[in-house]
Design a protein around this ligand. Structure first.
Ligand SMILES: [Zn+2]
Ligand SMILES: [Zn+2]
Length: 142
């Protein structure tokens, strides 16, 4: 188990899925409810208005949108992390998600292949060495 710095207070804590420590997690839950209620009451508010009115922290608001805990209003879209196109929530627009999923699959396949290849070559290498243990010196010279 690794540790990580909390994105909000910089405290070191045991690595979990969230980038925030448990104390900040509680604060985020509080702010989440405030934002959610505010958006429900003001469905057309933009991000800066939400922050101004609710006094929540911008990184938290963006985090909640990225994590799809909140769905933004039409005026509070956030840019796709890849192409900058406005999106309602999450990290990437639909197009980039599709593209990245296929890129990721390709990468996964490549990595699986690499692992297989290195395992195989290691195996053959070991087998080779055992078989040729006696004349190892000779083989290495060649
Ligand atoms: Zn923290
Ligand atoms: Zn995109």
């Amino acid at each position: 188990m690794g540790v990580q710095h909390c994105k909000r207070c910089d405290k070191l804590f045991a690595k979990i899925k969230s980038p925030y420590c448990s104390e900040c997690g509680e604060e985020i839950e509080k702010q989440f409810k405030i934002i959610r209620d505010y958006i429900q009451a003001n469905p057309t508010a933009d991000i800066s208005t939400i922050i101004e009115e609710t006094k929540v922290e911008e990184p938290i608001l963006l985090y909640l949108l990225r994590e799809e805990r909140l769905s933004s209003t039409p005026q509070s879209e956030i840019p796709c992390r890849n192409c900058g196109r406005p999106i309602k929530c999450g990290k990437y627009c639909a197009e980039c998600t599709v593209k990245m999923t296929s890129d990721f699959k390709k990468l996964e396949k490549k990595m699986a292949n690499d692992v297989k290849t290195s395992k195989e070559s290691k195996l053959t290498d070991d087998a080779f060495r055992i078989r040729n243990r006696d004349n190892d010196m000779d083989i290495r010279k060649r």
